[in-house]
Design a protein around this ligand. Sequence first.
Ligand code: ADP
Ligand code: MG
Length: 610
Amino acid sequence: MTVKITEVADVITLLPENIANQIAAGEVIQRPASAVKELLENAVDAGATEIQLIVNDAGKTLVQVIDNGCGMSETDARMCFERHATSKIKTIEDLFHIRTMGFRGEALASIAAVSQVELKTKRKEDAAGTYIEIENSVVLRQEPVAVPDGTSIAMKNLFFNIPARRNFLKSDAVEMRHIVEEFTRVGLAFPAIRFSLTANHQPLYLLEPGSLKQRMLQLWGNSYQNKLITIKEETDYLNIYGFAGKPETAKRTRGDQYFFVNRRYIKSPYLHHAILSAYQDLIPADSHPLYVLFLEIDPSQIDVNVHPAKQEIKFEDEKIIYAFVQAAVRHALAQFSITPSLDFDLDPAIQQLPAIQQPFTDDKRKEAEAGAIFRTFTQKHQAHFIEKHKMDPSVWKNFYEKPAPAPESASSPSERLEFPSPEIFSVFPLHNTYLIAQTANSFFLIHQQAAHERILYEKMKQAGKQNPIPSQRTLFPATLELSPADAAVMEEIIPELQWLGFLIEPFGNNTYIIQGVPGDITPNPDNSVIEILLEQYKHFNPDIKVSVKEKLIRSLARQHAVKGGTKLSENEMYKLVQDLFRCETPAFAPDGKPAYIEFSKDQLEAMFGR
Ligand code: ADP
Ligand code: MG
């Protein structure tokens, strides 16, 4: 047997820098929302007091953050895109005193490796700012530019150079949810900063500077005004403050649970469990209370460097933190049960209303009072018993009951699921204007016109996404005579009308002939459809910058939606509700007004003092 020996060349080569960057970027930038997080945090680190977030197509084509922070020098503007370029740490010791959100110097390098970036930045002390265009880690343009103080970074066409990863992105609805989630987290962590979020040219959020509670109400609505319990405990070792929902706010689906350590949002099933256990016996076993809690701890006691997105954290002693968090929440719950007025910023008049307060039953209260933790905190009316003892952390361990084990491995982050559409059991009409749709644990009060507008709007958007909407030729073309002013408007919108399935031809002298209409949308065409479209187009709120097509689609949806006062058949009602919950954004009409309000059974029972 002969052995054939082939000469084998050396096989190791160094990766070109842009490929190395792309690979490294995979850890930091997984989806548009990752860029949102990094860019918002950079703006916060830059000391901004006002931060605008602008996204198009759920961030797939554009994520832009504009801040009024410190800006960058010309050299720094170029440097910031280099890997490991950071102004936030210089030595390894600094790693143990991190007070900024960023420090790894990877975010901008990663973003520049996987998208097309435009940076505009200017420091207060500089006369001119700097403009830089970079794509695929290569600088295409750099020049001086006149811009306001601060920084604007636009990330365009994420993964334009990595189709495989682009294809991995989820639907716009899902990506948008991730973006809103990141926006919410940063917004909660920094209530003193003004934030806005604009999506596809429509304003979604405007968060005015204020207290944490005001920020929470801005995000989730004033209905939480009287449903939050203040949590605040201070010790030499660590502090905690924030709000937890009263037991009635607990939901089956995990929703609004936010835990921050030194203002950094942290995913910790272990500490979530600590909070849940504080609610023991106050809420159903598989439900989750709302909370927004901030833990403050000496940075040397934690390691945030364990995860590229810094969402996991290692504590020097996790068990102490567990016991502390659990005790603080229990303490607040116990106090609340005895003196409901503790929540100091309640309007006293509102506080008197029986529907607002849902005191614990006496049994529950006695149980809470009997707990060791409650006694510890309130002994001799010392609200901050712990503070009195310069506590050595080791004492803590014996001080509290042994914490129960976490439900799942403490390190596995729990991904949030998409909410399935609710299962509707029955639908009833109300005043021929609203529908009541009942589910197992709640009911939806639906505004039939708003709901129908939403349905038609999404149907047209979907239909017109890639191809023009098919047009049906009309047997008897209609003639439309317009005023010169309206004719000018008509000229402006004819191309989009055609895209939407209206075949319109100019006939001279401000006259137009309608040859075809989108049969699916406008089954019974007459001139009034176009006339109303023109009218609504002209009067569209000019503050809202949306495309011509968007305006037309909204007007069409409004025109063709069933109006209030229209009696619907049983079938029509069911179909409307079903179609609504198949929408990507069922909760709102296209103009942003609510399409439905959900009432939970618990809410009803609370209203009746049950
Ligand atoms: P890190 O935040 O970890 O330092 P980044 O890649 O996010 O790394 O940013 C690199 C550097 O660019 C930052 O350290 C900071 O000096 C500068 N920088 C980034 N964004 C801004 C901004 N919005 N305003 C001012 N400087 C910024
Ligand atoms: Mg950063």
